[in-house]
Design a protein around this ligand. Structure first.
Ligand SMILES: O=C(O)[C@H](O)[C@@H](O)[C@H](O)[C@H](O)CO
Ligand SMILES: [Zn+2]
Length: 326
């Protein structure tokens, strides 16, 4: 039985999913999962859709790379930086911003240069940034963690959550973070959702968009055992959260109001790290994943590990990413 389930989860291609409990089903959606780019990322992360160029931006953290995959031409451009790059975001002024090592940087794609905007965790030499995302008011939120000796093996409580404001000043929200990860904001901008991976929880805070202040932390979902480690996250236009499950080989859709899981979509790779919506009207989901941490057998069974996956037929859309305002 276990073996059978495992084989099922390895299957790619079209599979029929019936929604709701009507019989006969009133709505059928055909979910398709496709590896659109075999990038062999050590640790792919931070997928961001750039509508203007019809591209998906993402990073490979340990490879110190920011990549841009054009969905029309299928070509990839890569910029290599001098430290692990853990997230990338659009910038209102043009170009991008990225978290590089423990620095918030502005990235000029044309000349491949990175300019430091601010630095954090100066007293913590073993730290680096991890996941980051821009809030609806243009602040770049990102958290830190101790560098891992192996996936999810690290000195605990070393990370903090920060935001880079438009005037380039940085605010620190809290410390004691293990692995700062997924983040997004509710549709009314009144809630900030956040994941510290090793808490195995998806948390929510009240959010004040005017000031960027957060308060009243609570858990809205505790991971099930087979879902493993919560990693990257994004919200859809129905206000539901999508969480990539590291080691769980899936993305799950959560209702933050009821705390219930609404849907599970399995992928043919175990180390799914993050997800975002993109493509036409943000109706496609893109998922990043990692190769690092797989043993030789795992690499043989999951040849697309480290690639970029596209999921279509979900029947739900996402939102455009917010650009950094500074
Ligand atoms: O992608 C990330 O967010 C981290 O940088 C990764 O290293 C893994 O997610 C982590 O090991 C599992 O939590
Ligand atoms: Zn992550």
């Amino acid at each position: 039985m276990l073996q059978f389930r495992k084989m099922q989860s390895r299957k790619t291609g079209a599979l029929k999913v019936t929604e709701g409990h009507q019989s006969p089903p009133m709505t059928m959606s055909s979910i398709k999962i496709e590896c659109v780019l075999r990038e062999n990322c050590h640790c792919g992360e931070s997928p961001v859709w750039e509508e203007a160029s019809n591209s998906l931006l993402f990073v490979d953290i340990p490879a110190k790379k920011v990549c841009r995959w054009n969905a029309l031409s299928k070509q990839v451009q890569r910029v290599t930086l001098d430290a692990p790059v853990s997230s990338v975001a659009l910038r209102q002024a043009g170009g991008y911003v990225a978290t590089v090592g423990t620095k918030f940087c502005a990235l000029n794609w044309e000349d491949e240069s990175a300019v430091v905007l601010a630095a954090v965790d100066k007293d913590k030499k073993n730290n680096r940034f991890n996941d980051g995302k821009v809030d609806p008011a243009g602040r770049y939120f990102a958290g830190t963690m101790a560098e891992e000796t192996a996936p999810a093996v690290l000195e605990r409580h070393q990370g903090s959550l920060y935001a880079l404001f438009a005037d380039h000043h940085v605010e620190k929200y809290f410390d004691q973070v293990d692995i700062s990860n997924g983040l997004d904001w509710s549709l009314d901008h009144k809630i900030f959702y956040y994941i510290d991976s090793l808490s195995y929880s998806v948390d929510a805070f009240d959010y004040d968009l005017q000031t960027g202040k957060i308060s009243n932390r609570r858990s809205i979902y505790k991971m099930e055992k087979e879902e493993h480690i919560p990693d990257g996250m994004c919200i859809d236009t129905e206000g539901k959260l999508w969480v990539a499950c590291y080691n769980g080989g899936r993305v799950i859709r959560l209702d933050p109001e009821t705390g219930k899981r609404l849907q599970t979509v399995k992928l043919p790779v175990d180390k799914t790290t993050s997800c975002c919506f993109g493509g036409k009207d943000y109706s496609e989901m893109y998922v990043t994943c990692a190769r690092d941490g797989l043993d030789p057998q795992g690499l043989l069974q999951q040849p697309e590990a480290g690639g970029i996956f596209k999921i279509t037929g979900l029947g739900v859309k996402g939102l455009p990413p917010y650009p950094y305002a500074g």
